[in-house]
Design a protein around this ligand. Structure first.
Ligand SMILES: [Zn+2]
Length: 438
């Protein structure tokens, strides 16, 4: 899969980089050849939205297990969110602690987003200088110790600093007001029912947050990125804002493109995330948004927890942890859905390689198979099918809403900077992943 489309070719690799793409009959001389036959070779996937949780919550996940799952899923670069780890990545000291925690453990490359929290406005520019790829904040309580939301006033204090760095601000776009109002109306509703949870987090919570962000973007002229868009109802306003020249990019996640509220059973808290998975109709509108380009990219929001936190016994959508871990399954989940709708591997590459690489500002080295780029590849058998089983997850805890599903597309091997890091269920060699610091 080249930037110009699919074609038979040989990828010449010299050390860590791609030297050239040439016709097959031009490979000669003293060259070690790996022949993948008819199998597709995609650029290594880039995931711009991952919660690795280390340091501080390594019992939930960690660099070793997250990057192992990533390699098995065809990812060669992860960008870690600043929360769920302790300390949250909202100071330079916390970033250094994360670097220390990552050392020697990574199977793929990684980088960090910095946090914008209620009281760290004066740390923003030093975090940028220390190497974060951009920033992340919450407009609603993230529901975890160690990371605070920002009010509009606090965000306004941060935005001039963010604009000066030129880095993107990624925002969890839900406002508390509509959530509290909707929850108050629920009374004694049954929290084992998915419908109750869905009603508690209405589309309006996302819509009102996105409206606020677009108006702040007009005022402060920073690079805005909406993470995990779950409602299609914001697409018209996002389209109009972008047409008007605002720098506002949008992501959605495999679970919003695969699951649907109508089929989430009572007590099936493995599918709980925030914002919530909405209706089947909504899901199809998100696919249209991707096709059109209003949604730029697909990131996993890989967000693992201890199995007990999913509250599978009580089945309560009120108290269960909201988060879906999907690094090892995201590509097959996406391909299963995309291929049914007539999309091709070029679309997958745009959404899961090029788009996230551009957001994380590593697009000069990652996300493309072209001369000069890192030799990061996925050998992907796009016709093969498999059953999602616990043994194929590879993240710390085998917790996933996808278990038992038949999925299309098998990751046969993953190469990171010229070296094989995953091959048919094994992870050869030492962990060579490192922080991306270009
Ligand atoms: Zn997240």
């Amino acid at each position: 899969m080249t930037p110009e489309g699919t074609r038979p070719a040989a990828i010449l690799v010299d050390g860590e980089r791609i030297e050239a793409l040439v016709p097959l009959d031009e490979v000669r001389g003293n060259t070690q050849i790996h022949d993948f036959g008819e199998t597709a070779i995609l650029p290594g996937l880039v995931d711009s939205h991952v919660h690795i949780n280390e340091p501080g919550r390594a019992e939930w996940e960690g660099f070793e297990t997250a990057t192992r799952a990533a390699a098995a899923g065809g990812y060669t670069m992860l960008v870690d969110m600043p929360l769920n780890c302790l300390p949250g990545t909202s100071t330079v000291a916390a970033l250094e602690a994360k670097r220390e925690a990552a050392r020697g453990k990574c199977r793929v490359d990684w980088a960090a987003w910095g946090g914008v929290v209620s009281d760290n406005q004066s740390d923003i520019e030093s975090l940028a200088g220390a190497g974060v790829r951009g920033f992340k904040c919450f407009l609603v309580d993230p529901g975890i110790d160690g990371f605070t939301m920002v009010t509009e006033r606090e965000l306004r204090e941060a935005l001039p600093h963010i604009a000066r760095t030129g880095l993107p601000l990624l925002v969890h776009a839900e406002l508390a007001g509509p959530i509290e109002a909707a929850t108050a109306k629920l009374g004694g509703a049954d929290w084992k029912s998915y419908a109750t949870y869905l009603q508690s987090r209405p589309d309006d919570a996302e819509l009102s947050a996105i409206r606020l962000l677009l108006s702040l973007c007009r005022e402060y002229r920073f690079r805005l990125h909406i993470v995990h868009l779950a409602t299609h109802r914001a697409l018209d306003e996002l389209r109009a804002a972008r047409a008007g020249g605002l720098s506002a990019s949008v992501e959605t996640c495999p679970h919003y493109l695969h699951l649907a509220a109508e089929t989430i059973a009572d007590g099936a808290t493995l599918s709980k995330c925030a914002p919530p998975v909405r209706s089947r109709h909504n899901r199809e509108q998100l696919w249209d948004g991707l096709a059109e380009g209003v949604i730029d990219l697909v990131a996993t929001d890989h967000s693992p927890c201890l199995p007990s936190m999913k509250q599978l016994e009580s089945g309560s959508f009120k108290t269960a942890w909201g988060g879906i871990a999907s690094l090892s399954m995201a590509l097959p989940v996406m391909w299963t859905e995309a291929s049914q709708r007539g999309f091709g591997l070029a679309d997958i590459t745009r959404w899961m390689c090029e788009g996230p690489a551009r957001l994380a500002r590593c697009e000069s080295h990652k996300g493309r198979i072209a001369a000069g780029y890192d030799a990061d590849f996925v050998v992907f058998d796009s016709d093969a099918e498999f059953m999602a089983t616990a043994e194929r997850l590879y993240h710390r805890h085998a917790v996933s809403p996808y278990l038992g599903e038949k999925l299309r597309g098998v990751v046969k091997a993953t190469y990171l900077r010229g070296q094989v890091v995953f091959s048919d269920g094994t992870f050869p060699g030492e962990p060579i992943g490192r922080e991306y610091r270009a």
